[in-house]
Design a protein around this ligand. Structure first.
Ligand code: ARG
Length: 576
């Protein structure tokens, strides 16, 4: 039997429709638009009216008559022009809760045809500190990785490290400028290398000759020069280590730590395929693929620059070929700032022309920027780009204000407290990031998103911690069969029953905010239930144990939802 209420009702409707000779494609229900009138509604009679050439109310009445004979429904009514309103019997809702509670996945559906989905997120660059844009990409991508896995697909996440191209030449040139050679390279740590890169940026802006030097070194290094390659290996390693540290704190996981450099060899293949297909043009010293046909002409894709270096376009096209050939990707999804939309449109169109990814879905999910109070992309006080570590630290400082001190009454060791602060601070940042549509930007406002009240990560974490405390206080009562005795229990249970649909919709619409919305509503409904339905004061032991069961189910589901958003749920959450 299905655990999903819509499916249970649809099945019943289908057999009624068949019996009455109606087209069963209209035998579908959805959650009611008028929860005050019913739990579910079916608008099929309105659609049938046309083919049946009958009054829709009349059709609805006939169906209603049949539904009325079913004990799983407590009330059926026909309203308006022919809406069928369906109210469920509490027993059916309670039974669904029992089944969900006894199933590891809470009876959630999985996709019918599992796909291999390559997720491209993170995208940090060597020698550059990660900024808030890399945060959004990592946070959204990680949530997707978890959602895809939960619904039964096979996600493969790749960080696609920006580890190739001019920045490398610039750093090497700068070190040579400073030391006379690269002998000390191996001793430099990430902070020093980052400083060299900053310096190189300033120098190259002012000095054409310095720029030329960096370019020559880049070309040599890409050609495999041994000394430069060794230096590059060191730069890459320290950069990757630093990035790993950052993403670890954020709970962002990558299956693959490949980079632009890994696509270099395949770039030659791309050039060759383009040539063979007659797509490659030599234009003003560069090799390009034109994209001027169709209804939306775009600027050409540049494969190779006049200095012989492959471009960002080329590496992305080559990477797609590798993901298709080596990883057998069915889908490739990019989580990158929406300001790169044109880049991806060009890349996807070139890939289509080259025919290197037949039947593979490629999608760029562009996100909005993280903004300051002025609505412009977030900057630090001195006008610089906000880096990720500082942002996490700010959030931790804010969260620490609402937490007790270690020791004393809290009973927490400093280590436990630090872990808690990190879980809540990261949870706050992530929820903030995932609570709106991906495409929209948001304002970075700590007061707002680290608050324990309102639609925030800490609010949901707190709801879970509160349920844990209910369970501890009622440790003598085991979670039992669910019995619905009041409206608050009923509303909570009906919301719980939507879990599978919510997650499937979030996966197919590629929108984690559907899950964050749902988690928030669930936490609110739990709060009403908690205030109205005492465990200790319950009329019977059965009701008490049903309430413990419903609380536990809510907790387990909320924990899973937070997991899908990449957020941890602390066991306890003391407030200062
Ligand atoms: N490294 C790039 C940046 O910082 C992002 C990479 C995104 N992924 C990709 N396959 N292009 O802008």
């Amino acid at each position: 039997m299905s655990y999903i209420l819509e499916e249970i009702i649809n099945k019943k409707l289908v057999s009624i429709f068949e019996e009455l000779g109606f087209d069963k494609k209209f035998a579908v229900v959805k959650s009611s638009d008028r929860p005050d009138l019913s739990d579910f509604q079916c608008n099929g009679a309105l659609a049938l009216a046309k083919t049946e050439k009958k009054n829709p109310r009349q059709i609805a009445e006939v169906i209603a008559e049949k539904l009325n004979m079913d004990n799983d429904f407590s009330k059926i009514s026909v309203d308006g022009p022919g809406f069928l309103n369906i109210t469920l019997n509490n027993d059916l809702i309670a039974k669904t809760m029992d089944e969900m509670a006894n199933n590891e996945r809470f009876g959630c559906a999985t996709v019918t045809e599992p796909k291999t989905v390559v997720l491209d997120y993170g995208g940090p660059n060597v020698a550059k500190e990660m900024h808030v844009g890399h945060l959004r990409s990592g946070v959204i991508g990680e949530s997707f990785r978890r959602i895809e896995e939960f619904v039964g697909n096979k996600p493969i996440s790749d960080v696609h490290f920006g580890d190739w191209g001019t920045p490398i030449g610039m750093i090497l040139a700068e070190v040579i400028e400073h030391d006379g050679n690269l002998d000390k390279m191996e001793n430099y740590n990430i902070a020093e290398i980052t400083a060299f890169y900053k310096q190189a940026n300033i120098r190259c802006k002012e000095d054409e000759k310095a720029k030329e030097k960096a370019r020559v070194i880049t070309a040599k290094f890409q050609d495999g020069d041994e000394e430069y390659t060794n230096a590059w290996k060191h730069i890459r390693k320290v950069s990757v280590d630093a990035v790993k540290e950052n993403y670890k704190e954020l709970g962002v996981h990558f299956d693959l730590w490949l980079g632009e450099s890994d696509a270099h060899k395949t770039c030659f293949d791309i050039k060759k395929i383009a040539e063979e297909k007659g797509l490659l043009e030599y234009d003003d010293g560069a090799y390009i693929i034109r994209l001027e046909e169709g209804n939306k002409p775009k600027p050409p894709v540049i494969i190779e620059k006049s200095d012989g270096g492959f471009t960002y376009h080329a590496t992305d096209i080559a990477t797609i070929k590798m993901r298709v050939d080596d990883l057998k990707a069915d889908e490739i999804i990019y989580f990158v700032d929406k300001r790169q939309s044109l880049h991806f449109e060009q890349v996807f169109e070139a890939v289509d022309k080259l025919g290197i990814a037949p039947n593979v879905t490629m999608k760029h999910i562009g996100f909005g920027t993280v903004n300051g109070a002025d609505g412009k992309p977030f900057k630090t006080r001195d006008g610089g780009v906000m880096n990720l570590c500082d942002m996490i630290q700010m959030s931790k400082d804010k969260v620490a204000e609402s937490m007790p001190k270690a020791g004393g009454e809290s009973g927490l060791t400093q280590e436990e407290l630090n872990k808690l602060i990190s879980q809540v601070a990261v949870g706050a940042i992530k929820f903030q990031d995932l609570k709106n549509n991906i495409a929209s930007g948001y304002i970075f406002d700590l007061e707002d998103f680290a608050n324990f009240e309102g639609k925030t990560g800490p609010y949901i974490q707190y709801a879970i911690a509160r349920i844990n405390s209910v369970m501890r206080k009622n440790a003598d009562i085991t979670a039992g069969k669910i019995i619905i005795t009041n409206n608050e229990e009923r509303n909570l249970a009906l919301k719980i029953a939507q879990m599978s649909n919510v997650i499937m919709r979030s996966a197919s619409e590629k929108e984690p905010s559907i899950i964050s919305d749902y988690a928030y509503t669930l936490a609110q409904l739990f709060s009403s239930f908690y205030n109205s339905s005492p465990v200790k004061g319950a009329e019977t032991i059965e009701i008490a144990s049903s309430r413990v069961g419903l609380a536990k189910l809510t907790k387990d589901i909320l924990t899973t939802l937070l997991y899908l958003l990449g957020i941890e749920a602390p066991e306890v959450m003391p407030k200062a």
